[in-house]
Write a protein that binds this ligand. Structure first.
Ligand code: FES
Length: 234
């Protein structure tokens, strides 16, 4: 018996297959069949299940986007950034160490002008003077003298040399004349003598009587002087 299908039989089978596939495509388009067909090896003609394809594409796209995001994220915080941060920290640390070690960063010692006339300070001063004060401005000139009062102590301060100011009582021991400049006093810087114009008594730089009628010495005070200012002590 001849079992070879005839041409009519072939056309019938082909038509049945086409109808079956069209039915499947229609069901797929309606969203009814795809869940059932998942995992099935049936080949769905391209274009018959566009939503499934789109879903797959969307999934891929999402995955790609996520991957891209992950990749971007990884790039943003990736190893390339870590060394940069580490380098920055190292640089900062290095700078801190450098700042500590660099002499330029060590607080500079304030410049203090050396005194024009270095010398010991007096103990327990009873007063001070400064050539910047108009009352003592004449002491800027060698040979000049000024009155200086400290409570009951009445003195004359005399600039005898570049770095020397002496202090003597200005009350004459003869008859208590005031030997201040402009009163009864006169300073001779050549002889280094303080003269009392009341009766012509004369005193040395130590207060000793050089010429009478005075017989008692003048009180000598301790004076420190740095060229610009100074202090007086008993
Ligand atoms: S009061 Fe100074 S000499 Fe007489």
């Amino acid at each position: 018996m001849d079992r070879t299908p005839s041409a009519d039989q072939d056309r019938t089978v082909a038509g049945s297959r086409r109808s079956f596939l069209l039915s499947i495509g229609a069901a797929a388009s309606a969203g009814v069949l795809l869940p059932t067909l998942q995992g099935c090896e049936l080949a769905i003609p391209a274009g018959l299940a566009p939503s499934a394809a789109n879903d797959t594409k969307g999934g891929d796209a999402t995955g790609t986007d996520a991957l891209a995001a992950d990749t971007a994220s990884a790039d943003s915080v990736g190893p390339a950034d870590v060394p940069a941060s580490a380098d920055a920290s190292a640089t900062t640390d290095g700078a801190a160490v450098s700042e500590t070690a660099t002499p330029a960063d060590v607080p500079a010692t304030p410049d203090v002008a050396a005194p024009k006339c270095p010398g010991p300070a007096v103990a327990t001063p009873i007063g001070t003077f400064d050539l910047a004060d108009p009352k003592y401005a004449d002491l800027a000139t060698i040979g000049k003298f000024v009155p200086f009062d400290a409570g009951a102590d009445k003195l004359v301060l005399i600039r005898t040399a570049e770095c020397t100011v002496i202090g003597l009582s200005r009350t004459c021991t003869h008859d208590a004349c005031d030997m201040g400049p402009g009163d009864a006093g006169k300073w001779d810087n050549k002889l280094l003598r303080l003269k009392c114009l009341c009766h012509q008594s004369e005193f040395s730089v130590t207060g000793a009587v050089v010429k009478g009628p005075a017989t008692k010495p003048l009180k000598l005070y301790q004076v420190s002087f740095d060229g610009d200012k100074g202090a007086v002590a008993k």
